[in-house]
Design a protein around this ligand. Structure first.
Ligand code: HEM
Length: 394
């Protein structure tokens, strides 16, 4: 541990190396133990790995601004400037208002029966087979079936959305090979949104139509339409897929916890929070300080890019005792997997609806999980997800 110009502890842990991305938790612990603010000179950023600093950053946008982008490379930060995730109030709130009503609990209630039925039918078919891949055949199928219809994109090109959504897990990272490799994928998505997802081609009643209508009324500028459509399409897929895959993995590894949920379905909402706490689908975004910030006697000036480590905060032993233990009865409602404050995830109600429906359907039919092969992880810069999880169900 050495110190640099900022007078902070510094670390040479490379958060974006294959090794760290495969299992970041021991590295997060090391950063947490070094102090509340740790410089990572390799990326020219300061890491916030403790729960207290992560929540400070997420709940104070005037100090920790998103307006300079929330990624780790200039290309993306410039390209995404002024999008919902990369803007501050008041403009941010104007964008956020467009779909607020459609994602509010009242609107989601009307979707519950349909989502439950779709999830149930899908799970019934898979379980009847006795073995399946919990990522490719379960986790990926549900959001595709549900979210794409809700968004109301035209059929043409929909099959590419999954691949494009995977790109989202990489492009916000540092300008490494993974990031460069995903850039063309994201460019393709923007091309599709601009040329194919025009007002006339949208499925009536979908979120995308609501976005076009907001621009027609003058609530948002016309040029905000495509970025806003992408902001809802991309994170809606990969994150939910990640969470459902991790849920099956964690339950398979912790049979007593599955037994508890099977015996009492009212534990499902808490259990899903515990999945998100343990394996946060979004591991990192960034902010830039627009004012100085201090914590426990150390400080950073304005104009410093900080890395907000959601997945580290959720496993901080200062907040969660025995943080690596998967415990469906744990007090965990304050986890930060959906962020907090101004930018907290507007899709969390929808995600919960989907995930609870899947877990309920599984809890009714699966007594026991067994691995049917080695799980495979997909290594991505920003998001954490499995690629394949073969299971046998009894
Ligand atoms: C397990 C599922 C999900 C997780 C873990 C997740 C996670 C997150 C996180 C951590 C943020 C905060 C970013 C920040 O602090 O800057 C966020 C923002 C966002 N999420 Fe999600 N998300 C999920 C599902 C969804 C879904 C289903 C949708 C769309 C329906 C969605 C749309 C968005 C949008 C538009 C933002 C930007 C909000 C803003 O900047 O005001 N997410 N999400």
């Amino acid at each position: 541990m050495t110190t640099t110009g900022l007078g902070l502890p510094t670390s040479d842990i490379d958060l974006f190396s294959d090794e760290v991305l495969a299992d970041p938790y021991p590295y997060y612990r090391r950063l947490q133990d070094m102090g509340p603010l740790v410089e990572l000179p390799q990326y020219g950023v300061v890491a916030l790995a403790r729960y207290a600093q992560v929540t400070d950053a997420l709940t104070d946008w005037e100090t920790f601004s998103s307006a300079d982008g929330v990624g780790l490379n200039d290309i993306l930060n410039q390209a995404f400037q002024g999008t919902i995730i990369a803007s501050d109030p008041p403009y941010h709130d104007q964008l956020r208002a467009v779909l607020a009503e459609r994602l509010a609990p009242r609107s989601l209630r009307t979707l519950r029966a349909d989502i439950t039925e779709r999830a149930d039918r899908h799970v019934e078919d898979l379980v009847a087979r006795g073995s399946f891949d919990a990522v490719t055949e379960l986790a990926r199928a549900v959001p595709v079936a549900i979210v794409l219809d809700l968004l109301g994109f035209p059929a043409e090109g929909r099959d590419r959305l999954l691949e494009w959504a995977e790109g989202f897990g990489n492009v916000n990272g540092p300008a490494n090979e993974r990031m460069q490799g995903s850039l063309p994928v994201v460019e393709e998505l923007f091309g599709w949104l601009t040329t194919t997802c025009t007002r006339e081609r949208m499925v009536p009643g979908g979120f995308a139509t609501t976005i076009h209508e907001a621009a027609e009324r003058g609530d948002i500028p016309e040029e905000a339409v495509v970025p806003l459509m992408s902001s809802y399409a991309l994170p809606a897929m990969e994150t939910t897929i990640s969470a459902i895959g991790s849920a099956v993995q964690l339950f398979m590894e912790n049979p007593d916890q599955w037994e508890a949920v099977r015996a009492d379905h009212s534990l499902i909402p808490g259990a899903f929070n515990e999945v998100l706490r343990m394996e946060s689908p979004v591991q990192v975004f960034t902010r830039v300080t627009h004012r100085p910030y201090s914590a426990e006697g150390v400080s950073i000036p304005e104009n410093v890019r900080v890395v907000v480590l959601y997945g580290a905060a959720n496993r901080d032993e200062r907040r969660y005792p025995d943080p690596d233990r998967f415990d469906v009865r744990r007090e965990n409602v304050d986890h930060v997997a959906f962020g907090l404050g101004t930018h907290s995830c507007p899709g969390q109600g929808l995600t919960r609806l989907e995930a609870h429906a899947v877990l309920e359907a599984l809890a009714r039919r699966v007594d026991r999980w067994e691995p049917a092969g080695e799980p495979r992880r997909r290594i991505m810069n920003i998001t954490r997800a499995l690629d394949s999880l073969p299971v046998v169900v009894h």
